[in-house]
Design a protein around this ligand. Structure first.
Ligand code: PLP
Length: 360
């Protein structure tokens, strides 16, 4: 336990208490958890698969892997072999264990984005490796990490990495034999830029060697409670992951496999959800800007990356007094010290409340 960081959310508790004192209740924009219903067709698939006495396959059903490959082709323009796809029990689990599963350990470096989802660092620590937060490849200097994480659209900044940049990163990783892992869990949530998968042939030249892309259904399909995601890419690496995960019992439950298959085959519910988020994003963006905030990046994903050019905790405090809770940028890296992250995963009613308070 000594190797794990303190859980920073405890530091936010006093501001949550403050925000909860608002007579019309708290508007909690501090966490990116979906709040809209899980689509009916997905719930039905889960229920219909409820009779599941036998052990499911760690590799997933062939139908699930076909559905994931179909989704990658249809939505992201990626040609992936269903054999090189592996379901995971939500991607947080994979992010936390991937360095360990890939054999990273003491003496290895895991490079993570300078502003990042905290679980990349946790994964390096669980493996006994060293994590190194870097902004761009230059930040690495002469070091060769074992693993390099990228995340586009980014949590927390919403930055979308352009195709040209991804091509450079792939080339850099290949020259050095570095495993490049691309967390693409917000891939269908681009607003002002098109998120690009690292597995697309114009990025990696139709060769997935040394590459893994991580995908989650939590946000696209309001499925965070089911724990559903998958990893795709280098067939040899995926096979290695499969072997260890089989031994370790890291198996997605059969009813969730069935539900995930149906979710991946349907895009209509994703368009509906995107429209909800687009509206909420626009309302909050306009309201924060009118209140004196600058919105940086935020081209994709589920967050507004906001600043008033002051220390993040001052912003957290001021907003908590309006009954609005946001996450301090410091939680994601030192460079976030003057930003806050506001998720637009609140209900229409709560978003309207925030907009009214910011205007008041
Ligand atoms: C960048 C990033 N990766 C992975 C995850 C994990 O998502 P899940 O475990 O729901 O698939 C999250 C969750 O917010 C995230 O922001």
């Amino acid at each position: 336990m000594k190797t794990l960081p303190d859980f920073p959310w405890d530091l936010l508790a006093p501001y949550k208490d403050q925000a909860q004192q608002h007579p019309d209740g708290i508007v909690d924009l501090s966490i990116g958890t979906p709040v809209d219903p899980t689509p009916q067709l997905v719930r039905r698939a889960l229920a219909e698969a409820a009779d599941a006495p036998g052990y499911p396959a760690t590799y997933g059903t062939p139908a699930l892997r076909e559905a994931a490959a179909g989704w990658l082709a249809r939505r992201l323009g990626v040609a992936a072999d269903p054999a090189a796809i592996l379901p995971v029990i939500g991607t947080k689990e994979l992010v936390a264990w991937l360095p360990t599963l890939l054999g990273a350990g003491a003496g290895d470096t895991v490079a993570i984005p300078g502003l990042a989802y905290p679980t990349y660092d946790v994964g390096a620590r669980l493996a006994g490796a060293t994590s190194l937060a870097v902004d761009g490849l230059l930040g690495l200097g002469p070091q060769t990490p074992k693993i390099l994480w990228i995340n586009s659209p980014s949590n927390p900044t919403g930055q979308v990495l352009p195709a040209e940049h991804l091509r450079k990163v792939v080339g850099w990783a290949r020259e050095r034999g570095v495993i490049l892992i691309s967390d693409e869990c917000y891939a269908e949530l681009g607003w002002e830029a098109e998120p690009v998968s690292v597995l697309r042939s114009d990025i990696c030249g139709d060769d997935h060697t040394g590459l893994l892309a991580v995908h989650s259904l939590s946000k696209r399909s309001n499925l965070a409670g089911y724990r559903a995601g998958f990893v795709a890419g280098d067939p040899t690496l995926v096979k290695e992951l499969l072997e260890i995960r089989k031994h370790a019992g890291m198996i997605m439950p059969a009813p969730v496999q069935a539900a995930m298959t149906v979710a991946l085959e349907d895009d209509e519910h994703v368009e509906e959800q995107r429209a909800r988020y687009a509206r909420r994003r626009e309302s909050l963006r306009t309201a924060f800007e009118a209140h004196g905030f600058r919105v940086d990046h935020s081209e994709g994903g589920l967050y507004l990356w906001l600043t008033r050019d002051e220390p993040c905790w001052d912003t957290v405090k001021t907003l908590s007094e309006l009954g609005i809770l946001v996450a301090p940028g410091e939680f994601y890296g030192a460079r976030g010290a003057r930003h806050v992250r506001a998720a637009f995963t609140a209900t229409d009613e709560r978003v309207a409340a925030a907009v009214a308070r910011l205007a008041g």
